[in-house]
Design a protein around this ligand. Structure first.
Ligand code: GLU
Length: 428
């Protein structure tokens, strides 16, 4: 019998296994150079830090934090920080690797990284989270930097946490160097150098992708039904933006439970509710349901926007939708992927579908470097252009190689990385 810890470890290890399976399939199909394959199959740097923090009760607790830097061939390492009890080296490795592919697919000059702290943030006060964030930033030291490795928000982290990271990083620099280093972190509050539209960017990018898919499939979003798993930043923004197309949200599940209303759930009202109560449970204008019903509920579009490994050999057979638009990182495992394909369900893979966040992070980084402020319209317009370009690139490759969109997205990323490695060669 496996202990909970062993089970947790196996699940987490399988995430990096998922990356390897996806990578090898694409590398085989495109005949990736075997030497470049070796380089991209491993991470470049893995930093693990243990640090002490004083709690509100005056006692000290120690925490473990990670930063994995997968690859920087295309630019500085880039990727979010998550605060979650499951944060573990193999998970962070997988997430860092996906960031490399994501930036390469959309053609922004970044590599891939990811990090986080193994912590359940709901168990700590705001002041404790601030001290934990600051000590983590200090422990990372020169492993992050505006031209080297740039963190951003991810699961359970937000603009406030980015502002604390910025302030702590500033404190380690001489005063005259501080303001030209604001791009050490993205996803900041607007007043601290953030970018308009960064908050909704992942959800917005996902909707631009769904619009393209709808056009290609002559599918009318007006009156379409959709379900959302996870109602955090990505899920709630995607749900709210899809409403503007006249689509109807019929079910939502998050860590607190499942709610259904075939007449439609208003995503704005639900977002207001989750802000007040921390989850979808207790929302009056829907009925309480369960995970099994959620999975098998007929709908046109399913947006998984929670954690990884949600669509598996167990859950995929139950899905009754036309499109899975992946808002989370790694929501579908390789077995789940095969089943979705066999069932004829379209899948827009995470590394394309949720790339809006890092695209707008790039815009924020650029504005900070140039001391510029862009308007929201400009940000949205540039995001639209970049993500639709990437969508078309992946579509063309899927057609050319007669393969699924995830593999096609990998081929776009791996081709760009291969070109750069071939041009530059390997030192010495
Ligand atoms: N955490 C987000 C992601 O997984 C955004 C990363 C970033 O903006 O650097 O794509």
């Amino acid at each position: 019998m496996q202990t909970v810890k062993e089970l947790q470890k196996n699940q987490q290890e399988s995430i990096y296994g998922n990356v390897t399976t996806q990578f090898e399939k694409a590398a085989d199909l495109m005949k990736l150079d075997p030497d470049i394959r070796k380089i991209l199959a491993t991470t470049m740097n893995e930093v693990v830090v243990h640090f002490p923090v004083r709690m509100d009760n005056n006692r000290i607790e120690t925490f473990t934090g990670y930063r994995v830097q997968h690859n920087s061939a295309l630019g500085p390492f880039k990727g979010g920080l998550r605060f979650h009890p499951d944060v573990y080296i193999d998970e962070v490795r997988a997430l860092a690797t996906w960031m490399t592919w994501k930036s390469a697919i959309v053609g922004i000059p970044f590599g891939g990284a990811k990090g986080g702290i193994q912590i359940d943030p709901s168990k700590y006060s705001k002041e404790e989270i601030q001290r934990i964030t600051r000590r983590f930033t200090f422990a990372l030291g020169s492993n992050i930097g505006p031209e080297y490795d740039i963190p951003a928000p991810d699961v359970n982290t937000n603009p406030q946490i980015m502002a604390w990271i910025l302030d702590t990083y500033f404190s380690t620099l001489p005063p005259q160097e501080r303001h030209r280093s604001r791009h050490v972190v993205t996803g900041k509050p607007i007043e601290s150098g953030g970018c308009p539209g960064r908050d909704k960017a992942t959800g917005q990018g996902l909707i631009y992708i769904i619009e393209e898919w709808a056009k290609d499939n002559k599918f009318d979003l007006n009156g379409a039904t959709y379900t959302v798993q996870g109602f955090g930043n990505v899920g709630s923004w995607a749900a709210r933006l899809l409403k503007h197309h006249g689509a109807k949200l019929v079910a939502v599940e998050d860590i607190t439970g499942t709610i259904i209303n075939q007449e439609g759930i208003d995503p704005d009202e639900l977002a207001h509710h989750t802000e007040l109560y921390g989850g979808v449970m207790g929302f009056q204008k829907a009925i309480v349901s369960d995970h099994e019903t959620f999975l098998s509920l007929p709908a046109d579009i399913f947006i998984p926007a929670a954690l990884h490994n949600q669509i598996t050999s167990l859950s995929a057979p139950k899905l009754n939708v036309r499109l899975v638009a992946e808002g989370a990182n790694g929501p579908t495992d390789p077995e789940g992927d095969i089943i979705l394909r066999e069932k004829g369900i379209d899948v827009i893979p995470d590394i394309l579908c949720n790339s809006g966040g890092v695209i707008v992070s790039y815009f924020e980084w650029l504005q900070n470097k140039r001391s510029e402020y862009w308007e929201l319209e400009e940000v949205d317009c540039k995001l639209h252009k970049k993500i639709v370009n990437a969508y078309n690139c992946v579509k063309n490759i899927a057609y050319e190689y007669c393969t699924d969109w995830r593999t096609a997205a990998y081929i776009v990323a791996l081709s760009r990385l291969q070109t750069v490695y071939k041009e530059r060669g390997i030192f010495p």
